[in-house]
Write a protein that binds this ligand. Structure first.
Ligand code: ADP
Ligand code: MG
Length: 276
């Protein structure tokens, strides 16, 4: 057999074997990687290490992309874009520690508490993304959607399946607890979820209400206490104070600086029939 034919056969066999071994990254980049190894005069062992490194990097990338897709984050927010200087009530070190996701591995909980607009959802998404990078599965849901989904499952006789959906991810992020009143069954459904996840899966909750107000949020002080008992047992609380970041930004850019003057201008424009 001619040398070029032998080489083509070997390439085909290698392609097949790398496919069977589920190493598509190596298969698709083999020529480039081997060229790279030759260029850098790598030993066999170093070449093998390079190949493994690239395949692992590709698998990690895939896993992260898939994890982000199934997490259902409403939008992208990263810790790097969080302005800690603008929010002095947030302990930057604590948040950065949380981004290492050990609490997720340990099945602990995080509460992000504070008024609207202070960055709770921003931090929740950023910590969720960090947990995915660290290798955990994450699901993001609003409190309203979660309770509605559980209530629907309950009414239709398949609560167990619904519960499993929210128990399975290693980290469940529940956003905006307390913004809107919950359904009458909410407390019991929520309790079932929290006790099933207890010490197994991590939960991150954002709320504009202090935990003392959760009795009102759930409309049932006794069940709320039982929920809090489990949530707070292994938990980290981040309480954010201060003004809404959005309003602060607007004020800084001058939009809200002189409300009276702006209003006067708007009234004047309206009188002249200018659309505002
Ligand atoms: P909350 O969930 O507490 O109501 P959000 O996280 O939705 O607040 O924040 C409102 C907006 O302001 C978002 O676009 C968010 O990214 C931004 N934001 C809030 N705080 C900060 C901050 N400290 N640095 C950068 N962006 C921030
Ligand atoms: Mg929010």
């Amino acid at each position: 057999m001619a040398r070029s034919t032998r080489q083509a056969v070997a390439t085909d066999r290698l392609d097949d074997m790398l496919t069977r071994l589920k190493l598509p990254g190596l298969r698709d980049q083999l020529d480039t990687l081997l060229d790279e190894a030759t260029r850098h005069d790598l030993s066999m062992r170093e070449t093998l290490a390079l190949l493994c490194e690239r395949e692992i990097a590709r698998k990690d990338q895939r896993r992260i992309e898939m994890g982000l897709k199934v997490a259902h984050f409403p939008y992208v927010r990263e810790l790097t874009s969080f302005d800690f200087a603008a929010q002095p009530s947030v302990d930057a070190k604590q948040v950065r520690d949380l981004a290492a996701a050990r609490w997720v591995a340990n099945g602990e909980n995080v509460l992000l508490l504070g008024p609207p607009g202070v960055g709770k959802t921003h931090l929740a998404i950023a910590l969720g993304r960090a947990a995915i990078t660290a290798g955990h599965s994450v699901l993001f849901v609003t409190a309203i959607a979660l309770v509605a989904s559980l209530a629907k499952g309950h009414a239709q006789g398949h609560l167990e399946e619904r519960l499993i959906t929210y128990i399975k991810p290693k980290l469940l992020i529940i956003d905006e607890l307390g913004y809107l009143p919950l359904e009458p069954d909410a407390a019991h459904l929520f309790f079932q979820l929290v006790s099933r996840r207890y010490e197994r899966g991590a939960i991150l909750i954002t709320s504009n209400r202090s935990v003392g107000e959760w009795g009102t949020v759930f409309g049932d002080a006794v069940v709320a206490t039982a929920i809090l008992d489990r949530l707070l047992h292994h938990s980290h609380a981040v309480t954010i104070r201060g003004d809404s970041y959005r309003l602060k930004e607007k004020r800084r850019s001058g939009l809200l600086q002189n409300t009276a003057a702006v209003e006067a201008k708007l009234i004047e424009a309206a009188k002249r029939g200018v659309p505002t």
